[in-house]
Design a protein around this ligand. Structure first.
Ligand code: KIV
Ligand code: NA
Length: 266
């Protein structure tokens, strides 16, 4: 196996081979998903919810995300490591976007960055690409704009499909190497995927995209909260960990751990 590059993902689209992205925020998840063959590890700003315990992705800072990006980059041998630019760290201007992206590339050792927005982010995307930073765009429902969009809802239904299609074309034209589409009707996502040259990555966008992405704590059953309909649960890690922690508590309280075999003799 060789390191995944943006051209690898592009070639896979051209060969009609599906590929995957999962979030990752630490060493073991990065090692495991890398070994499983996941092509892209996203250090998402969803670390806000899944690592730091915030209620939304809005509060998380560059300083909080950077060490997570560095941990994932150190741990992934093959995967492309994509760092999310958090809210407020790139919307201000193309220069602000570039300065933030450089921190993720230099200090975080990321291989590229992701930012939210379509046509309105074209100046930022151009600036980053011109400055040597691979950019993945993110359109449809964009969680950082939750309060502008009026909560978690499907984007691009009916008459709004045109805006989603225009956003996809705009980010491709600006130089993005791929685009995430979140909570977009399946037929719209399929049409965009066949129109675009660059790969599309769906989350709640049906089976017609070139790739899929999920938050790992959602799809492995660590998150005990209500999950969106587009998540498929592949494991029940919460129960596994709860059982293990309870067994440990019971063993220590009951005197059966540590045993002879765990004890050094003098
Ligand atoms: O932060 C994140 O996890 C994301 C994915 C859901 C695409 O942006
Ligand atoms: Na994100």
């Amino acid at each position: 196996r060789r390191r995944v590059r943006t051209h690898t993902l592009q070639q896979m689209k051209e060969r009609h081979e599906k590929w995957t992205m999962l979030t990752s925020y630490d060493q073991y998840s990065a090692q495991i998903f890398d070994e499983a063959g996941v092509q892209v590890l996203l250090v998402g700003d969803s670390a806000a919810n899944n690592v730091y315990g915030y209620e939304s992705s809005l509060p998380v800072s560059v300083d909080e995300l950077l060490p997570l990006v560095r941990a994932v980059s150190r741990s992934a041998k093959y995967a492309f490591v994509l760092a999310d630019l958090p809210f407020g760290s790139y919307q201000g201007s193309p220069e602000q976007a570039y300065d933030t992206a450089v921190r993720f590339m230099k200090d975080g050792h990321a291989h590229g960055v992701k930012l939210e927005g379509g046509a309105e982010m074209v100046p930022q995307i151009r600036r980053l690409v011109d400055g040597g930073v691979p950019v993945c765009a993110h359109i449809g429902f964009t969680p950082q704009s939750e309060h502008t969009l009026g909560g978690y809802r499907i984007q691009g239904r009916g008459d709004a499909a045109k805006k989603t299609i225009d956003d996809a074309l705009a980010v491709q034209e600006a130089g993005a190497f791929a685009v995430v589409m979140e909570m977009v009707p399946g037929d719209v996502a399929t049409e965009i995927t066949s129109t675009l040259r660059i790969p599309t990555i769906g989350i709640g966008a049906g089976a017609g995209t070139d790739a899929q992405v999920l938050v790992w704590q959602d799809m492995m059953g660590l998150n005990a909260g209500r999950l969106p309909r587009f998540v498929k649960t592949y494991a029940d890690l919460r129960t596994t960990m709860l059982d293990a922690a309870r067994a440990y508590v019971a063993d220590v309280e009951g005197g059966s751990f540590p045993g002879e075999e765990h004890t050094f003799q003098g």
